[in-house]
Design a protein around this ligand. Structure first.
Ligand SMILES: [Zn+2]
Length: 59
């Protein structure tokens, strides 16, 4: 199951929860203050860092 990242709009705490697909916003509460006002952050599961070549080419 994917891990979602949430930010509390009340206290600003950022926490992660493992939720099933389709239930990412169901019954999510802040891990610190218990506020239901939660903003789900978009987190990339796997960062693919493309390394570009040298930007300056002397041709
Ligand atoms: Zn909170």
């Amino acid at each position: 199951m994917p891990i979602y990242e949430y930010e509390c709009k009340k206290c600003g705490a950022v926490f992660e929860l493992i939720r099933s697909f389709g239930a990412s916003d169901v019954d999510v509460k802040c891990a610190q203050c218990g506020s239901p006002r939660i903003l789900r952050l978009i987190s990339a599961p796997s960062r693919v860092s493309k390394s570009c070549g040298p930007t300056s080419r002397g041709t």
